[in-house]
Write a protein that binds this ligand. Structure first.
Ligand SMILES: [Zn+2]
Length: 300
């Protein structure tokens, strides 16, 4: 074998060892996601081709997050940033500025029909950011993330399309489960209390009434007057159960449950997933857990 042929064969052997693009960590597309729900979606759609960094992790509060110096470095490194938008990540523009981020921002809620909600303590209407709590919106998130990944990494188009297609089929299955479970509940029992108003899209899409004493954001506290009003409402409407959330303080709900006799129905995952070994480690796992918790508490 002459020297040139040998070098060529050696190079081919090295390529074989490395494998196809996307299989090696150094080749992966770095994608930053603002919070855990989006981080999971990017992993599902990006598969082996992406390396995902999530700023607000499991059980974290995306409304009031304080970015760390580590976040600044990670965002500076990423060519793609996936955000929810609709006012959820008020801290993101500061992080983008401090990191000198020059990549592409993918807004997962682009094209979603938003709902308004009343801001706590005012009559001002603001956009409800919790759009992911409807699986119908979840489909739009998936399409936006898929298209954002394809735009940034056209060579991965087939992979992203195939992964998104499978993911959308899984969303269909879980949505059927949610609808079937709610259909089995007596209509009078399809109303519950949660700690912050995160389930407006869920309620509007699937026909449940969620009453929240704290308003839209986790950083506002309910006034004594709000609590008294909620307690009257629970008694008058015979609301059967109150639910805790993984991202909020539960003392207020404990008090409401005590004073009304409504039962505490369990913990719902609203604005963050659980740890990997918890009951809601993925977006679809969150829906499976929440609907099972709701059904168990409201059917009896
Ligand atoms: Zn929230």
């Amino acid at each position: 074998m002459n020297r040139r042929l040998f070098l060529h064969a050696a190079a081919c052997a090295v390529l074989l060892l490395i494998g196809p693009p996307g299989a090696d960590a150094a080749d992966k597309i770095k994608v930053a996601a603002s919070f855990s729900v989006l981080g999971d979606m990017v992993k599902q759609i990006g598969g082996d081709r992406v390396e995902v960094t999530t700023f607000v992790g499991p059980n974290g509060d995306a409304h009031v997050y304080e970015p760390t110096p580590g976040d600044t470095r990670k965002l500076a490194d990423a060519p793609i940033l996936v955000v929810n938008g609709l006012g959820l990540e008020g801290w993101m523009s500061r992080l983008e500025k401090s990191s000198g981020f020059k990549g592409t921002v993918v807004t997962a809620t682009k094209g979603i029909k938003t709902r308004l909600m009343e801001e706590e303590g005012t009559t001002r209407k603001i956009t409800d950011p919790h759009a992911w709590q409807s699986l119908a919106n979840g489909r739009i998130y998936v399409q936006n993330i898929r298209d954002g990944l394809i735009a940034a990494d056209p060579a991965g188009k087939d992979t992203y399309e195939a992964n998104a297609k499978k993911y959308l089929a899984d969303i269909d299955d879980v949505e059927k489960l949610v609808k079937d479970s709610i259909a089995k509940l007596p209509p009078a029992r399809r109303k519950i209390i949660t700690t912050h108003d995160a389930f407006g899209y869920f309620g509007a899409t699937y026909g449940m009434e969620f009453i929240a004493p704290e308003g839209v954001s986790t950083d506002s506290e309910a006034s004594a007057r709000d609590v008294a009003k909620i307690i009257r409402q629970i008694k008058a409407e015979k609301v059967p159960a109150v639910f805790l959330e993984n991202v909020t303080d539960h003392r207020l709900l404990d008090q409401i449950a005590r004073e009304t006799g409504a039962k505490v129905g369990g913990t719902l995952y609203s604005d963050a997933l659980s740890e990997a070994n918890g009951p809601a480690a993925t977006y679809l796992g969150m829906f499976r857990h929440n609907i099972a918790t709701l059904a168990a508490a409201l059917s009896s």
